[in-house]
Design a protein around this ligand. Structure first.
Ligand SMILES: [Zn+2]
Length: 258
């Protein structure tokens, strides 16, 4: 199975990055302004391939995913998607439901009723998911899935890995918790299967990236997909070496025009 999954986080009005999702600059770099996000959606529409969900997975659909569970999923994100006839995948940090900046139970039910796919983004959003013990991983997945399934009166079977800290054990625990489709943050359109759970990569979009990135990811264009894959590999190497060159390299890659 191949899919072009794109990962977003919050989308805010008036540049108010505190208004939705996790606070702090580390989280804010992933948030987009509403007017910028609308241009990204226009670029996806212009790219051609149909936007779908995992419920209607056909060859190479474009999947739009949103992490953390911020209140902006309900407005403006869902509204902007629906204007184009699209639905999103919304991944929820379940311990945050109903807290400041995050979706309420009623808003989650409303998104589900409107045809969006609701999934888990773990219970507590651990800083380093892959460093948890198997018992802790089981708790993160099974407790968040149970909360969402109870809330929506329907089994919830999809999730995304918080912080992109993926390991095989993270997927094994997800499979054991009943998760059928698990999204990572690895920039790839290829999928793998772990204990019956389909593991799909995603291309990340963050603040400062031109709409052409979203359009390129949707089209599976080498200019964007390969470049982000190269960045991902460089990041791994830089982390391994502990070098400070990664930030400069990242900036250089992001600033290049399509
Ligand atoms: Zn997250």
């Amino acid at each position: 199975m191949r899919a072009h999954a794109i990962m977003y986080h919050d989308v805010v009005e008036n540049g108010d990055f505190e208004s939705s999702g996790f606070p702090g600059e580390g989280a804010h770099v992933y948030k987009l302004r509403r007017e910028d996000f609308a241009r990204h959606l226009d670029a996806i529409a212009a790219a051609g391939p149909a936007v779908g969900t995992i419920r209607d997975l056909k060859p190479s659909p474009v999947l739009l995913t949103f992490d953390d569970g911020g209140v902006s999923f309900h407005h403006p994100i869902a509204d902007l998607l629906e204007q184009r006839g699209w639905r999103g995948h919304f991944f929820i940090t379940t311990d945050r439901i109903g807290t400041a900046g995050f979706l309420s139970e009623a808003e989650l039910r409303d998104l589900h009723r409107r045809g969006h796919v609701i999934g888990s983004h773990s219970r507590t959003h651990p800083t380093r998911m892959a460093a948890l013990s198997r018992a802790e991983l089981d708790g993160e997945w099974s407790e968040s899935i149970a909360r969402l399934s109870g809330l929506l009166s329907e089994p919830v079977k999809t999730a995304s890995v918080p912080g992109g800290y993926y390991s095989r054990q993270v997927a094994e625990a997800a499979a054991a918790a009943g998760i059928a489709v698990l999204f990572t943050s690895e920039p790839t359109s290829r999928s793998a299967v772990v204990d019956g759970c389909v593991v799909l990569g995603r291309y990340v979009v963050q603040r400062g990236m031109e709409p052409g990135w979203s359009g390129g990811f949707a089209a599976g264009s080498p200019a964007q997909c390969w470049r982000q894959a190269a960045l991902w590999k460089a990041k791994r190497v830089a982390k391994t070496l502990g070098g400070g060159g990664y930030l400069k390299l990242r900036q250089a890659i992001l600033e290049r025009k399509q």
